[in-house]
Design a protein around this ligand. Structure first.
Ligand code: FMN
Length: 276
């Protein structure tokens, strides 16, 4: 840990705060959208591209009931999630819902409609998908396979052995491509990217709870190792939040809330000497 983290944190807050009269009037409307960095990311080297298509929407859910019953549920069953359930979770967090010509709007809000958040999936137990690391290609609405391996153990290690992660059907890792937002919002972008991902994560909770799935956000993960694992640089493109999702028994939420206590330190996956 950086010994001066408190001073740095205070300076960050000061450096990214606004004061009345400080900003030039109308600066935001003068931003040249035609010069912004690309909004969509695609991996040409993907080992597989899995088209998702339009999700099959279930019967309407009562929003008030979903909100009243929403809980973080982590006691996942060893039961696969369907591809349609995954597609609904992805649509609810990143789906395109309006075309504005040179940019598109999505199911989640984003500061300046700049969409800095990318979605990576550590897939463990989803029907029709090999275990592995995938990236969501939002523009073409497909999953891009990046690594074929047991991602449950990777997630377990990189969340400091949070048991739910190796039982989850899928672990979400959200990253931010900072320049998409920084180009317009400068220093303030380093606030917007976390606000943006919070909205994305909440939509995951609402869709997941609406579908009767367990969802838990994860703030405790080893960022630097995760960035290495994903092959991103950790500064212009960095991991910003995680979440686990999976099938649960669906009885009382207290039973679904946490897996029974397990001994820690039992991971089969050890950090390799080399970087990921
Ligand atoms: C930003 C954030 C980070 C979180 N990180 C973790 C985590 O690392 N592990 C975990 O088990 N729960 C995590 N949670 C879930 C909280 O523990 C949970 O939301 C809280 O206990 C309230 O319970 P509820 O969501 O069931 O209402 C996180 C929640 C948020 C919003």
């Amino acid at each position: 840990m950086h010994p001066e983290w408190q001073r740095i944190a205070n300076e960050f807050i000061q450096a990214t705060s606004y004061r009345v009269g400080e900003l030039k009037k109308g600066w935001a409307s003068r931003y040249d959208f035609s010069k912004r960095p690309p909004t969509y990311m695609r991996y040409d080297e993907a080992f597989v591209r899995v088209p998702l298509g339009q999700p099959d929407f279930p019967a309407p859910t009562n929003m008030w009931e979903v909100l009243a019953n929403r809980r973080s549920k982590r006691n996942f069953l060893d039961v696969p999630m369907t591809k349609n359930e995954l597609n609904l979770l992805l649509w609810g967090t990143q789906g395109i819902t309006a075309d504005m010509g040179d940019y598109q709007l999505r199911t989640t809000p984003s500061a300046g409609a700049l969409y800095p958040i990318e979605t990576y999936l550590l897939i463990n137990n989803v029907e029709g998908l090999e275990k592995g690391l995938y990236h969501l290609d939002v523009e073409n609405w497909c999953l891009e396979g990046l690594k074929q391996e047991d991602t449950a153990e990777v997630a377990y290690l990189l969340t400091e052995e949070q048991e739910m992660t190796r039982r989850a059907a899928v672990n979400f890792v959200w990253t931010a491509v900072v320049d998409r937002t920084k180009d317009k919002y400068r220093e303030r972008a380093y606030r917007y990217i976390w606000w943006d991902v919070g909205h994305v994560a909440q939509n995951l909770h609402l869709v997941g709870n609406g579908l009767g799935l367990g969802v838990s956000t994860i703030g405790h993960w080893m960022d630097q190792d995760m960035n290495d694992y994903l092959g991103i640089d950790g500064s212009s493109h960095l991991s910003v939040l995680m979440a686990s999702v999976g099938k649960i028994a669906g009885g009382h939420w207290l039973k679904d809330r946490r897996p029974e206590t397990v001994e820690v330190g039992k991971s089969q996956f050890r950090r390799p000497d080399k970087k990921f």
